[in-house]
Write a protein that binds this ligand. Structure first.
Ligand SMILES: [Zn+2]
Length: 431
């Protein structure tokens, strides 16, 4: 059945506009976007926009929320946090992972995220290395009703030139052959599911094994038409170790070895040098930033002004899921730069508007990063949508012309009223 929806406001990619209709086909796609006629469903209290695309999540880390925020040994760091995370990994079983993942995916959906890119490296329950946790994640996404791109991770080393440590055994991708056999099995599992998809991951230059091995994974991903994601230069220690052993930065190695192009996403790039970033953007790569997690972990601030000036494509992820809210991710992406530069409006387009670029990062750029035709309201794109409740207290006295900026600076995910995935709507809160 075709659905015709006429909301008060519709996001065009540049602004919220009035008097538009959205027609959804019965194939889970948008059929047309056209002038309103007064027919179909009238939604006078809703603004409709593309659903948010969360391009980078480690869903199991949601179980750490609140628990890693005490510092008995004094100031902590990414590395002290990682020890907490490894302790969680050692006690995870299928039921707990399922429960944590279902709850987190529901939380994502409730604040308007319609797709999650799950950067998944916690594969095994025990030494038998059966990749049991891969299917647990896919099942949890199906239960929560969120679209998932399972970005399955190749993780075989504990540091550059080092074997996996005892605490990292559950991540072991088990070498090229077994890893791709598992990818074949997962491809069968998602084949008939319109809301489950696959992508590939090299965990990082620390975790991806020898350079030849990483190049092999990148080639195989490319030959299968899969997107490829990788953690890159989140910590200065990773760059120092790469310089010491390879004499080059991780980013410069990747550009040469991993065939960086439009299907490649580098996650974080917190400490990436300008020259490397320039090469990366010219090669067509996407940068995924996770402002709330990067703040929580004390990673530092990526050079966003450089990326914006060079026309780079930025997408956003909830990463550790210490907080799940795309409005807050957009806000902190800009506010972090304001604090750093003691200036305002760091992220803006040629018209001086901040909202279009931030909304792109939260929607269409994430979809691009995950290889999905989504994140923009155009015929043929996936009907993955979110609606905003215009009667919400956070939006009282806001003019339509300021709605996008008000959402970014003044709201959280509780303003989301409904989500739609593959053409199927779900009411997220209230009566
Ligand atoms: Zn990550």
């Amino acid at each position: 059945m075709t659905q015709r929806i006429e909301p008060a406001l519709l996001w065009t990619g540049a602004a919220f506009v009035e008097s538009m209709a959205l027609v959804l086909g019965d194939d889970g796609r948008i059929e047309s976007v056209e002038p309103a006629t007064g027919q179909g469903q009238q939604w006078p209290e809703r603004a409709v926009m593309p659903g948010f695309v969360n391009a980078h999540s480690h869903v199991f880390q949601r179980a750490l929320r609140g628990s890693g925020e005490r510092f008995p040994d004094g100031v902590g760091s990414f590395w002290t946090w990682r020890e907490r995370m490894y302790a969680l990994v050692s006690e995870m079983d299928q039921q707990r992972l399922h429960d944590v993942a279902v709850a987190a995916y529901r939380e994502m959906r409730a604040c308007g995220m319609t797709t999650v890119g799950e950067f998944h490296y916690l594969h095994h329950i025990d030494e038998a290395r059966g990749f049991e946790f891969d299917q647990v994640i896919l099942d949890a996404a199906a239960v929560a009703g969120i679209r998932i791109v399972l970005l399955n991770a190749y993780y075989v080393s504990g540091g550059i030139g080092e074997p996996l440590s005892e605490k990292q055994q559950r991540f072991d991708a088990s070498g090229h052959e077994l890893f791709w056999e598992q990818m074949d099995a997962l491809a069968v599992s998602v084949k008939d599911q319109p809301t489950a998809h696959l992508g590939a991951v090299i965990h990082s230059i620390r975790g991806g094994g020898a350079l030849t091995e990483m190049a092999q994974v990148a080639r195989e991903a490319q030959s299968r038409g899969l997107v490829l994601h990788m953690h890159v230069e989140e910590q200065p220690a990773e760059i120092a170790s790469s310089l010491e052993i390879y004499g080059r930065t991780p980013m410069s190695i990747l550009i040469e070895l991993a065939g960086v192009g439009p299907r490649f996403t580098a996650v974080h790039c917190t400490h990436t040098a300008e020259r490397d970033m320039d090469d990366f953007l010219q090669a067509g790569g996407t940068v995924c930033l996770c402002p709330l997690t990067e703040a929580n972990l004390g990673d530092g601030l990526a050079n966003i002004p450089f990326i914006i000036r060079h026309g780079g494509r930025i997408c956003l992820g909830s990463d550790s899921n210490a907080r799940i809210d795309m409005f807050e991710e957009m806000r902190l992406l800009e506010y972090g730069q304001r604090l750093n530069a003691q200036a305002r409006g760091i992220i803006h387009d040629e018209h001086g508007h901040m909202a279009p670029l931030l909304m792109q990062a939260a929607t269409v750029n994430g979809a691009h990063s995950l290889g999905l035709p989504a994140g923009v309201l155009k015929p043929g794109r996936l009907a993955d949508l979110a609606s905003v409740d215009l009667t919400h207290t956070q939006l009282a006295n806001i003019e339509p012309g300021s709605l996008a900026e008000a959402l970014i600076t003044g709201c959280d995910g509780s303003v989301v009223a409904d989500t739609c995935i593959h053409g199927v709507w779900q009411h997220e809160r209230g009566p």
